[in-house]
Design a binder for this molecule. Structure first.
Ligand code: MN
Length: 373
């Protein structure tokens, strides 16, 4: 009876591990595994349960032979390799990590090889029974390694994206956030905004935010989100860097070396909501010079098409309040320190002379009603 049990128990253990492992694989086999680039040598799915059934049987008999002879010396090693075998199912299929799977299966190779050497030194049959298993593991290591090497994500790779929140916009690509291009040359805004300011503000400060954003987004739950969605939904460092990229993009894309007249549509809206263009400029300038510390001042449009001035501190962005930004002024010290030193008011005065009102007007989403008289 004991002899029978010494075979039956390990075989049942193997199949138990196999059944639980395959339960973990079900959703991965449907959703994830078919999307992977796999080796041309990959057998059809049906081969795997058949192969594993035979191998579990051989694995159970192998340890059974030793245990029935009263040789308990390698039981722990055998159990350990079975545990690692199970672990491989978990990391590869449940965690869907080909790299962790590869590391785990390499460990399994070593354990099974060691077991065979041990078993061979005690009982030849018990050793040979594990050889097909080891060969299968080598093959599985190759398949796992192939999947790892051919499915590593790079910026721009097309992948399936699961959208976690209804309002979040994700793209079908891993986003690679890039520097916005300037619609003018670096020295075009001088002397109101010098080339050196552009070199530092655009070339260094904004570049740092873009670099940080790419570094933080990869591997985060927000990976693949559009910049707009990040600004609305992300928090902490990811939000700070995403919003700074967004804000600076609007800021630099609103400047022009050739001043344009304010189009009538915007002029009418400003007259309606601020009582006149001069009154608007005065209120905006006051908001910009009185904002304490670092931040942004915005001209925004609400859901009804009404315009207002909003101040946000640090990386704050009105998109989070459901507002549509038309225009923004960066009042971080880095925006003006080179040209104007500590004189923020002088910077604001010069900035008014660099605005592209056509672009500002083009951002209006609501058709402006005719001016109410
Ligand atoms: Mn800035």
């Amino acid at each position: 009876m004991r002899k029978v049990l010494s075979y039956v128990v390990p075989i049942l253990l193997c199949f138990g591990v196999g059944v639980i492992g395959s339960m973990l694989q079900t959703s991965a086999l449907e959703e994830w595994y078919p999307t992977l680039v796999r080796s041309p040598l990959t057998p059809p799915n049906i081969v795997f349960p058949i192969a594993w059934s035979v191998l579990y049987l051989l694995m159970g008999v192998s340890i059974g032979v030793l245990v029935s002879r009263g040789d308990m010396s390698v039981v722990r090693l055998w159990l350990l390799q079975l545990l690692v075998n199970f672990l491989w199912s978990v990391v590869f299929f449940a965690l869907r990590s080909p790299l962790a799977g590869l590391i785990t299966i390499l460990l399994l190779d070593v354990l099974v090889f060691t077991y065979i050497i041990y078993a061979a030194s005690r009982r030849l049959l018990a050793a040979w029974l594990m050889v097909p298993y080891l060969l299968w593991l080598f093959f599985a290591t190759y398949l796992n390694g192939y999947i790892y090497l051919h499915n590593r994500l790079r910026a721009g790779d097309v992948v399936k994206v699961v959208v976690a929140q209804p309002n979040v916009t994700k793209t079908d690509k891993i986003m690679n956030y890039t520097m916005p291009s300037l619609p003018y040359s670096a020295d075009a805004l001088a002397p109101l905004m010098s080339r050196e300011t552009i070199d530092y503000h655009y070339g260094k400060h904004l570049q740092t935010y873009v670099d940080n954003l790419n570094r933080l987004a990869v591997g985060s739950p927000c990976e693949g989100m559009t910049l707009d969605s990040l600004v609305v939904h992300a928090d902490g460092a990811l939000f700070n860097n995403a919003a700074q990229v967004w804000n600076h993009t609007l800021f630099f894309n609103t400047l022009t070396p050739t001043q344009t007249d304010m189009p009538a549509e915007l002029r009418r809206a400003i007259e309606r909501d601020f009582g006149g263009v001069d009154a608007f400029k005065e209120q905006f300038t006051k908001a910009a010079t009185s904002l304490f510390g670092s931040g942004w001042v915005w001209l925004v449009e609400d859901k009804d098409g009404r315009l207002s001035i909003v101040s946000t501190s640090n990386a704050g962005n009105p998109l989070r309040s459901g507002l549509n930004p038309l225009l923004t002024l960066d009042v971080w010290e880095h925006a003006y320190y080179i040209d104007h030193r500590n004189r923020r008011a002088d910077f604001v005065r010069d900035w008014w002379r660099l605005l592209d009102w056509k672009r500002v007007t083009s951002r209006i989403k609501h058709k402006q009603p005719a001016m109410a008289q």
